[in-house]
Structure formats: C-alpha cells, structure tokens
Design a protein. Structure first.
Length: 308
C-alpha cells in the first residue's frame, strides 16, 4: 500500500521538478534567439548546453539515484567524435541508453534526434526541441528531405559537433508491429528477424551521403538489451519506474556498440541499404544470444565506465 502511494507521489514530484527546470531552460533558449543573427556557433552551443543539462539530470536520476546497472561491450567510442548513430527501439528507455554512452564521451550535449513533427507543438518541451534544432519529420519523404538538408547544412556550416541519432525501425517494437514487419520480410524474401524489425533505410542513406567527406566521419550501431529478474529478457522499466524507484538488481541494462568509418561504407545506395539490413541481422543474432545467456553471450567482453 505504501509503495502504491509513494510511487505516484514521487512521479508527480519528479515531473513537476523537471517541468519547472524545462520552463527555466526555455527562457534561456528564447533569449538565445537574439544570438543567432550574430553568431550561429554561439547560438548552437548555448542550446546544446541547455539540452545537455536536461539530459544529464535525467541520466543522473537513473544511474546514480536509482542505481541502473548498465554494462557496455563492443567497440570503444572515442571522446568528442561526431557520428551518425542508430539503435534498436524497444521503449523510451532507449534514449537513456544512447545518453549513457554520450555522457561518458562528451557528446550528450550534441544529441540530435529525428522526431515526429507534431512534437514541436507540445508546450515547453516541444518548443525547446524546436529551438535546439531537433530534426522534425512527418514521414513524407519529399517534405522531410528538404528539412533534413537544411538542418544538416547548418551543422556543416559551423562544423558543429553532433551525434545524429535515429531509430531505423521507425517505431517501438511491439508484438503486433513485429508480426507486421515479419510479414513484410517474408513477402520480400528478406531475413526473418525476431528481436528487431526491418530497418527503413532511405533516411539513413540520405544522412550518410550528406556527411561523406565532412567532420562527421563515423557510424555507431547501438544494440540495447534489457533484462528483468522475473519477467526475463527484453523487458525494460517504464518511464515512471525509472524516475521513482531503485532499478538494481531487478533490472539489467546493456549497450553493445559497433563503430564504422563512413569512408568504408558502400557508395551505391542499394548496396548501402543492404549493409544496413545486414547490421540488423547481426543485431538480431546478438540479441538472440543474449536471450539465451545474458553474461556469456556478450561479444568482445564487457567494458565498464564510471559516470563522469
């Protein structure tokens, strides 16, 4: 009874505190608009730090206060390196997994996500995302391509540090969406995946082609895995739980990273699309191994990182 009372109360307290902090950051962002005509670089940096301050606080709550046990494996990521990053999408907690690595590599301020266009109309949060330069799309490729090119042009003009992040599956994995994706795979003779959905490659290809030969030289392929001590593999906590109760030892979190240089990727669009699909085949196989044995199946061993 006590827990059912305190968790909603804590969720309300955290939500109110974060909303208040977000409102304060919006004030800073509005004033930062005065900088844009005089210094695009300074305008970008101010808003990057505004975004990073919010994400760092949320990450600290998860990792420090609520003891999220996050392990890492695969290729180590250099500090302060700009990249295109993508990962499998199971829940809102996936954003925390991106940030768990970004915060340790000095890049959490510079996360730029593809987001639904309707989100920019949400008071405070959406407005802040719009000012800080999130990549709003509405899944109409003709319109989206224009927006994406404009945003990338701004990044390239000032050589801004950036992680351009996306979930190539298009939406969070659910049983019904996975079934629909598998039906599509079978109809096209594609590999049948059971832990991820078939990626949508058009936007990714546009990103890669736009950043070839620029300061954004790498691709990071993230695979996120979750484990619950009674519900088993693939079960992340919900957002309320992340912010209201201790997570360890009930939950485990894992991030597997593969790093590739853009210059080594195929230049032909069709072959690049095939490359992306192959990464999701490998991602699916990795998750399948982890499902069988969480510890022994982590390829390349585990590397640990303390919170900075």
């Amino acid at each position: 009874m006590f827990e059912t009372v305190t968790r909603p109360a804590m969720a309300l307290a955290y939500g109110t505190a974060l909303f208040s902090f977000c409102s304060l950051l919006n004030v800073v962002q509005v004033f930062s608009l005065l900088l844009r005509p005089f210094s695009k670089s300074l305008f970008f940096e101010v808003n990057a730090r505004v975004a990073g301050s919010m994400w760092k606080i949320m990450q600290l709550i998860m990792e420090r206060r609520h003891k999220a046990a996050i392990t890492f494996s695969g290729d180590k990521v250099p500090h302060n390196e700009s990249a295109i990053v993508f990962g499998n999408h199971r829940s809102f907690v996936d954003f925390y997994m991106f940030h768990s690595v970004a915060a340790r590599r000095g890049m959490v301020n510079y996360m730029k996500y593809f987001a639904k266009d309707s989100l920019k109309y949400i008071p405070f949060y959406g407005w802040g995302m719009w000012i800080m330069g999130m990549l709003f799309i509405n899944r109409n490729w003709q319109q989206d391509q224009v927006k994406i090119n404009k945003m990338f042009a701004r990044i390239l003009e000032i050589q801004a540090p950036v992680w351009v992040a996306s979930f190539l599956e298009g939406s969070r994995l659910t049983p019904s969406k996975l079934a629909a994706s598998q039906k599509f795979m079978l109809s096209r003779g594609l590999p049948l995946l059971s832990n991820v959905m078939m990626p949508r490659t058009k936007g990714f290809i546009a990103c890669v082609n736009k950043f070839r030969g620029t300061h954004v030289k790498c691709i990071y392929d993230f695979t996120f895995a979750y484990y619950h001590k009674t519900k088993g593999f693939g079960v992340p906590p919900d957002l309320v739980r992340v912010h209201t109760a201790q997570l360890s030892p009930e939950y485990k979190f894992h991030v597997h990273v593969k790093r590739y240089k853009i210059e080594d990727l195929p230049e032909d669009d069709e072959k690049l699309s095939e490359w992306v699909v192959q990464k999701y085949v490998e991602k699916d196989a990795f998750l399948e191994k982890m499902k069988e044995d969480w510890t022994d199946s982590i390829e390349g061993g585990v590397w640990t990182e303390k919170w900075p």
